[in-house]
Design a binder for this molecule. Sequence first.
Ligand code: R5P
Length: 322
Amino acid sequence: MALVYLGEEMADELKVFTGNTHPALAQSICDYLDTPLGKIEVFEFSNENIFVRILENVRGRDVFILQPISSPVNKSLMELLIMIDAAKRASAERVTAVIPYYGYARTDKKDQPRVPITARLVADLITVAGASRVLTLDLHAGQIQGFFNIPVDELTALYILSRYFEEKQLDDLVVVATDIGISKRARDMAARLNTPLAIIEKRRLGNTTEAEMLTVIGDVEGRHALLVDDEIDTGGSISSAALTLLEHGAKEIYACCTHAVLSGPAVKRIANSPLKEVVVTDSIPVPESKKTDSITVLSLAALIGEAIHRIHNDLSIGAMFQ
Ligand code: R5P
């Protein structure tokens, strides 16, 4: 039998695949990279078992699998793990799990008796599935990087969000951390925007999602305020923080965060709060039904696309932020 050269791509070509959670972001990243989105089937059988088939050759390729671990969280995670397994078994040279939103990140320590550290469990699952490295964004706690024994590159949306507010040129702006835990990131935002920093002291009540505002550390009276958080889940923290700032005399109140979980009552709470605008990224898909006038979604496609390009070509990721 004569062997025929079929004109396939070079083995060093990168390939990007995605599951069902955020195909729009994967497509925008591929547009940035000027490469077609990889062909793959990811579907559920009637018995709820997820099945994956990669529909093109990945032997020896540098494969990137994009999937935020967002709603439906457990299905997103399972799809991600099975896609990694499929790529590894198809002899991909290297598999990078691209996880714009790392779900379960808030369960990152054993702070009560008999509780799990699920963020660590998820890291183990991703590693055992066959990922060679991870590319992620604004982890709830940076230490989660250390839950992996494979390289982790953590990007930040800080520059995308700060540029947006720089362009607004709000006078007398103060950056406000929604709680003490986020104060370091809020300080970085304040440094970028050259503004003072204030912090809201918040105490959570047990395991419930309800939070109690206590006090504002810093001066917000008569100023534009920009609340900073890593994620908005039920919108409870951000809307009560906005109310507290209003009570302390803030002028107009804005908020920004990387991850728009926007579960349950979040959109309604934002709409009913004194927040003028909430700026988020597309690390998690924001459905049309949740895109109200006061919610602005900024794209991460260029940031993640550039990081993929750099990982593929062994270039520095750190240099992107200098
Ligand atoms: C908590 O530690 C996080 O930084 C956020 O403040 C939290 O996830 C926001 O949750 P929610 O919107 O439900 O108040």
